[in-house]
Ligand binder design. Structure first.
Ligand SMILES: [Zn+2]
Length: 57
């Protein structure tokens, strides 16, 4: 589904792409999280992707 509204794109970027992924269990966490909310592990990696695949459609 194409997203054309610039405001909506900002919201989607924040909601979907500004998350940290736990390397241990793969759970999504807030970007500023220090610990995984599922397994309490501290090995989190940021997930920040472009919206290119949405814009291209
Ligand atoms: Zn975890």
């Amino acid at each position: 589904m194409p997203i054309t509204d610039p405001e909506l794109i900002k919201i989607v970027e924040k909601r979907v792409f500004e998350v940290s992924i736990c390397r241990r269990c793969g759970a999504k966490n807030p970007l500023n999280a220090k610990k995984c909310r599922r397994c309490r592990g501290t090995d989190l990696r940021p997930k920040k992707k472009e919206l290119a695949k949405f814009k291209a459609q």
